[in-house]
Design a binder for this molecule. Structure first.
Ligand code: DC
Length: 224
């Protein structure tokens, strides 16, 4: 941990590994701030798409990442004065987010924004490169994963619970494709940090996974 800076718990993992829900639950248990870094990439993609910018145009998308008025308030995500919490979860925005996340300029522009979430008493940050790039000095680094089929099942349930239609085979294919894209890209690929603990949440509840992380955090603090 860096002396004088609030502690960070970095949680990374593949898409639909449950890291969002688990990270949020850990933050609640500890009374820490919470950063959903994927929401930043998603909101940049949405803003660029709405401005009619080509998502491969690195300098224009990076300018959006640098200047867009993105805010998190009361568990909602804002773009200027507009609540975009639901809009950024749409499939076309998910696709766009994975494209803009591959741009070096966008990642650099979002770095400062992410550091700004590090406030007392502490931060739980989740994404793909929290432990490796954004908060390499995190007190605890967790790599959260789950089998692809389990992740597809969770997504299926989420969609059905929302009253939407879903197809397991298509969801599983989508998860494999996203894993390949996130892990295979040249810039900041998803990878487990060498000093991260790996937790496989297959068959675990959110409460069990978050309790395990809180316990590991306590041990990390006590470690010499
Ligand atoms: O976690 P998520 O599905 O909301 O992330 C949306 C996209 O952003 C996904 O393609 C991965 C990417 N991302 C990233 O590259 N780095 C992060 N720290 C967080 C998300």
């Amino acid at each position: 941990m860096s002396p004088g800076l609030p502690p960070v718990i970095a949680i990374d993992g593949p898409s639909a590994s449950g890291k969002g829900t688990v990270a949020y639950c850990v933050a609640r248990r500890l009374g820490f701030h919470y950063l959903d870094s994927g929401a930043l990439y998603r909101t940049v993609a949405l803003a660029a798409m709405e401005a009619g910018i080509d998502l491969d145009d690195e300098s224009r998308v990076s300018a959006i990442a640098l200047n867009a008025n993105i805010g998190f308030k009361n568990e909602r995500v804002w773009l200027g004065s507009r609540d975009v919490t639901e809009a950024i979860r749409e499939e076309k925005v998910s696709e766009g987010a994975s494209r803009v996340a591959a741009l070096r300029g966008v990642r650099a522009a979002l770095l400062e924004r992410q550091h700004a979430f590090r406030m007392a008493p502490g931060l739980v940050a989740e994404g793909r490169d929290m432990a490796t790039i954004v908060f390499p000095d995190a007190v605890l680094k967790v790599y959260l994963t789950a089998g692809a089929e389990e992740r597809a099942r969770r997504r299926y349930k989420q969609l059905i619970d929302k009253g939407l239609s879903a197809n397991m085979t298509a969801l599983l294919q989508d998860i494999h494709a996203r894993d390949a894209r996130d892990s295979g890209r040249a810039v900041a690929p998803l990878q487990r940090s060498g000093d991260a603990i790996e937790i496989d949440t297959t068959g675990m509840t959110v409460e069990e996974a978050s309790a395990q992380i809180v316990s590991c955090y306590g041990q990390a603090l006590r470690a010499p």
